[in-house]
Design a protein around this ligand. Structure first.
Ligand code: GUE
Ligand code: MG
Length: 283
């Protein structure tokens, strides 16, 4: 059996067309502010892709780039200004930030209504409480990828590998909300392979290549690869041994072309949602 590929670029295209149509129907264009502090080359690429994606979906965006020694107080002042800027519906401060800046302070400074990353305590609390709100983009995108298989999660066993605030924890909560039975594995898990073997859905968000191998995967499982690593040849690869696992799984996401583009797509969706709310349209 060879797994079906879940194409994050194709799904992104469909969802971004919907964003564009809904954005065009609004009296005022949704606006996203993207802030980058420092010179990390990978961050610069991701941020450029986010700004480009906004333009392609008819969203307004502003990009602010600051030197690595930009003061925390100055960054907080920029966020305060954007919080009250009526042209801006979403604020994204690219992570990681330089060490002299307290990321938690920065996240807390963003108005919860403009928290399109879904990283704030309010957004996390809304997700954990089953209330509507802005969901973290990567796990939100993973849910769309899983939904695109057409498989109902009710009664299925999902195993999340990784427990970060940005991916693993919110992923587990979203799967729970979709009626899956959820196990969260992490670096201190005693028998990772034993847990993954039980999984109808595997979400790998570890940051280490070849964490999930063919002999760990239940035949027919849905395998979602959040990893972003480099192999020995310097090529982008995920946490899953793609070549091996695709021979066992039912569905699998590639890296690149899987979760990455969907993370950006859900950022657009969240910005649209924030704009619709700001303009009095409930969603
Ligand atoms: N405040 C904040 N919000 C984020 O959402 C955020 C962040 N900080 N910091 C860094 C991570 C990482 N991230 C990615 C988004 C898209 C791709 C993406 O489009 N990847 C392409 C490949 C890109 C390539 O070739 O390098 C793909 O998987 O096909 C990757 C990574 C968002 N992040
Ligand atoms: Mg709110």
């Amino acid at each position: 059996m060879t797994a079906q590929l879940i194409d994050g670029i194709a799904l992104s295209k469909t969802l971004r067309a919907d964003v564009a149509a809904r954005a065009a129907a609004l009296p005022r264009r949704p606006g996203l502010a993207v802030i980058l502090v420092g010179e990390d080359p990978a961050s610069a690429v991701y941020v450029r892709n986010k700004v480009k994606a906004c333009a392609e979906s008819g969203l307004h965006s502003v990009f602010e780039k600051y030197d690595a020694d930009f003061a925390e107080a100055a960054l907080l002042a920029r966020i305060a200004a954007l919080n009250t800027d009526p042209a801006i519906d979403g604020i994204l401060v690219q992570m990681p930030l330089p060490r002299h800046i307290d990321a938690q302070k920065v996240i807390a400074a963003i108005s919860p209504d403009k928290d399109v990353d879904g990283f704030s305590v309010q957004s996390a609390g809304e997700l954990a409480s089953g209330l509507p709100g802005l969901r973290p983009c990567t796990p939100f995108g993973c849910m769309k990828l899983i939904e695109s298989t057409g498989q109902n999660l009710k009664g299925k066993h999902a195993v999340v590998i990784g427990r970060s605030n940005t991916v693993g924890k919110p992923m587990a909560l979203l799967l729970l909300q979709a009626n899956a039975t959820v196990t969260v594995c992490h670096s201190a898990t005693a028998d990772l392979a034993g847990h993954v073997r039980q999984a109808d859905v595997v979400v790998a968000a570890v940051g280490r290549r070849n964490t999930v191998t063919a002999e760990m995967v239940k035949p027919g499982a849905i395998v979602i690869d959040v990893g972003m690593n480099r192999n020995d040849e310097g090529k982008l690869c995920g946490d899953v041994d793609f070549a091996g696992v695709r021979e066992v799984a039912g569905w699998i996401t590639p890296v690149p072309g899987g979760v990455g583009p969907m993370t950006i797509t859900m950022l657009l969706v969240n910005t649209l949602q924030a704009a619709e709310k700001a303009q009095g349209l409930a969603r």
